[in-house]
Design a protein around this ligand. Structure first.
Ligand SMILES: CC(C)(COP(=O)(O)OP(=O)(O)OC[C@H]1O[C@@H](n2cnc3c(N)ncnc32)[C@H](O)[C@@H]1OP(=O)(O)O)[C@@H](O)C(=O)NCCC(=O)NCCS
Length: 196
């Protein structure tokens, strides 16, 4: 199902919502824009080797201009990306980046990927990115989100398992394939309450 079913592409490409980190600090969740290449590069350069490994499934040292252009010039139909940003001394920087890309052979399903700056991990950014992306996905007729997660990536596993969706998982050679059915939600896409 395409964008005709849901929010129009102009509205999605100017998506912008102020939300809150755990602890209450305001954070902007907005659509990624074509002029964000330098901010995306700065975000990549600030990720630790471990985070890059978990995100890209390999030791990735650099993002070249062609990749940056491809990652920033997205169509908001097949490929959607949102960023969580803070602004310090007039400089806006990316704390987290989340995207989904619809599968070529089944556009009702889309694959998720996230990256949050190491010093912000565990503060709710990944959870916020998932909430916003899953809301957008549902409005666009996406029925399932899937994510491939390394078995040791406990943070991402927790983000998905506490998403409020009836998550399915399958183990494939050290990787876990998670599927989040957007229709079968136990909690409107909100995370479960914190455990005691
Ligand atoms: C995975 C990632 C996107 C999660 O984002 P995040 O902002 O750290 O996630 P959140 O703070 O929303 O949630 C983290 C969860 O892990 C748990 N957690 C926090 N610290 C933890 C730790 N040291 N070890 C294990 N789990 C931890 C928290 O309990 C939280 O679960 P909760 O919602 O039940 O409280 C982020 O850590 C990241 O970018 N990692 C590197 C790249 C990556 O792994 N990308 C995903 C590949 S698809």
């Amino acid at each position: 199902m395409g964008p005709a079913m849901g929010v129009n592409l102009d509205a999605l490409s100017s998506y912008s919502v102020v939300d809150a980190l755990r602890g209450g600090e305001a954070i902007l969740i907005r659509a990624l824009r074509p002029d964000d290449q330098d901010r995306l590069l700065e975000h990549f350069n600030r990720l630790s080797e471990t985070s890059r490994y978990l995100r890209f499934f390999g030791y990735k040292r650099r993002l070249d201009r062609a990749e940056l252009a491809r990652l920033c010039n997205i169509d908001f139909d097949r490929h959607i990306a949102v960023v969580a940003t803070l602004t310090k001394d007039g400089h806006e920087y990316f704390v987290g980046v989340g995207r989904y890309v619809r599968l070529a052979d089944d556009p009702r399903c889309a694959e998720l990927a996230f990256a949050v700056l190491d010093e912000f991990q565990g503060r709710g950014v990944g959870t916020l990115l998932l909430q916003h992306l899953s809301g957008i996905a549902r409005s666009q007729g996406v029925q399932e989100l899937e994510a491939y997660v390394m078995g040791e990536n406990q943070r991402m596993i927790e983000v998905l398992e506490h998403s409020g969706f009836r998550v399915r998982r399958r183990y494939e050679d050290g990787t876990i394939r998670f599927v989040l059915p957007l229709g079968g939600c136990t909690g409107a896409g909100r995370p479960s309450p914190p455990r005691a």
